[in-house]
Each structure stands twice: as structure tokens, then as C-alpha cells.
Ligand binder design. Sequence first.
Ligand SMILES: Nc1nc2c(c(=O)[nH]1)N[C@H]1C(S)=C(S)[C@@H](COP(=O)(O)O)O[C@H]1N2
Ligand SMILES: [Mo]
Length: 357
Amino acid sequence: MVPISTTPEFSREEVGLALRNPGMQLEGLRYPVTPIGMHYLLIHFDIPRVDPATYELPVTGRVRNPLKLTLEDIRARPKVTMPVMMECGGNGRAHLSPRPISAPWYDEAVGCAEWTGTSLRPILEDAGLLDDAVEILFTGHDRGLDQGVFHDYERSLTVESALRDEVFLAYEMNGVPLPPQHGSPLRLVVPDWYGMASVKWLKEIRAIEEPFEGVQQVLTYNYRQSADDPGTPVTRKYPHALMVPPGIPDFLSRRRHVEAGRITIEGRAWSGFGPVERVEFSADGGGTWYDADLGDAVGPYGWTSWGSEWDARPGEYELCARATDASGKTQPVDGKEAWNQGGYGINVVQRVPVQVG
Ligand SMILES: Nc1nc2c(c(=O)[nH]1)N[C@H]1C(S)=C(S)[C@@H](COP(=O)(O)O)O[C@H]1N2
Ligand SMILES: [Mo]
């Protein structure tokens, strides 16, 4: 079902996807809150143009009291502002071999924006979920063809997940109205989960009485070892640490050049399974690990800064970082351990080749 490439070269289609869906330059890890233009983007189809002035969001289906909310109605509700670290479920896919064909991310499908909006739960309470509602379906204004099926981009959450305190509808990003590419005028934000759950350009919220089995719920975003494996859904983000590549890069290869001496390697780490408890740093490709110092998390759903002193002596090195969270989950050192059909949830340790001196 998911096409797999056995050649190392990227196809024209993958390059096209990468141009439409840029990642965050890793030097962007220096900012606690990612500037809008540096935050990664994942747009399956086209960016729909939705007029905020005439925008209406129906909240309907298995509810006692169907609602139709304007943007003004939504802005009048109690405000939440929250930094949320977002990562695409396909981040790391390009490290795999053979490689699933989709957006060819290495490590850069990440960002931590400060989103402002209003909590979803009170809206669902106002609509009054009927007892037979099992899931809440979030539909976007964007539509296209994938897996042989024409569909709106849509995803569901179980009622229990949708009612979680931290799930909200966002109309601002970093203090300005949502830009078109990030879901204007209104998107869902599901902190802790990979990005696919945070449906952009919301067209409708519907309480449904059967589990949703649409394309983006059951055909994509499942961990599968083979095409006939029913799979398990992609949900929370696995622990992941990234470093700001040190020194200066070679333009084409991005290989790093560092002057000899004591330097600080810094980065950020996150997990959707609990707070980051440990980050380790290795200068020898994962042979020897040292504990890094942890800084503050950017709020409960943001990322955590880390730093490690490194005595850089002349030579060739491969720098790595590895996060472990409060649930005990950590990152695989080798991509082979992590392979799955769609290339989801790949949190294999980052490797940064460096020449010192
Ligand atoms: N309507 C809609 N919502 C969507 C998508 C999309 O293509 N259409 N992409 C999803 C995926 S896979 C990701 S990773 C995030 C990316 O959000 P961003 O582009 O704001 O970073 O949006 C999610 N929400
Ligand atoms: Mo994604």
C-alpha cells in the first residue's frame, strides 16, 4: 500500500513534496518558541483559502444542541495560550532503508510555536454529546486524492481523548492570526501527539457513533510491518533529542567544521509520553554516552533545552544525542530497529558528522 523505494536517490515526487513541505532549519532549535517562518509545514493537498470574516464552524452529529460558531464566537470564549512542540509522524522517514515514499524528512519536521485559542471540552459540553457518541471527527477544508480515494483531510479522536484538558482550537500562532499554511482561520491542537491529529482549516466537528475509518485514520498513520498488517495507530510522540549542529557547515554536504577547543553542544528534547528526564550526548557515534545538563521545558507541552560541554580535539567525530522520558522510553541508536511501512515515529538518534581543526 505504501510505495517503498529501494534506491537511495530521491524521486522527483519526493523532492516536490520536500519543496512544498519545508522542515525547520536545525539552528532554529536555539529559539524556545519557533519563529513562524521556521516552523515545519506538512500540507497533504492544497492550502485552502478560508475567509475568516464569514467563517462558520458547525459542531454537529450525535449532540443534543448542534452549534454553529463564528470566529468571533470562538474568540469570545476563555483564552488558552500554550507553547506546543509539534513533530510530524513521518519525521525521520528518510533515514530508513528501504525508504517509504512520502515527505522525505530527516530530522527537521519539528517546531514549537505558541498557540492561542480556546479549549475544546467546553464547546463539546455546550453541544451536549449524546450517550452513543464514541468519537469526535475533525474535518478540514482541504481535499485531495491519496491511497486511491478522494477525501477531505479528516481525523477522529475518541471522546475520551477529545475531552482531555489540553486539547484546544487555535486561531493564533506566536501572537498573530494563524497564517494560511498553518490552518487559518482555525485548527485543532492535540499536544503530545504527532502532528497528523492537529487538523488544520477546520470545516466541521462531528460527534459520530461508529469509529471513523477514513483514509488518514486507518490507511495512513498506522505502524505496520507489512502491507497486510492491520497495524496500530500512530498517536503520541516518542522521545527525541536534537542538537544545533555545531561550528560551520559545508554548503552542499552540510558537513560541520569546528575549531578545536571546549564548546557547548546545545539542543532541545521532547516526548509525548511524559517529561524528558535525561539527555545523553555522544561524540563517537553512540559508543560512549555522557549525561547532558537539562534546562527548563517551554511549558508542559513544549520542548526541554539541554547542553553538554565537549572538548573538541582535532579529528573526525560523529555527534549524537539521545533522550529518555519519565515513562522510561528512549531512542534507538540504529534505524533498522525502527523500520515500519509508512516510516512513522522514527526517533532514531541524530548523527552529526563533524571535523575538528
Ligand atoms: N486539514 C489538514 N490538517 C492537517 C494536515 C493536512 O494536510 N490537512 N497535515 C497534518 C500533519 S501530517 C501535520 S504533521 C501537521 C503539520 O502542521 P503544520 O503544517 O502547522 O506544522 O498538520 C496536520 N493537520
Ligand atoms: Mo505529519
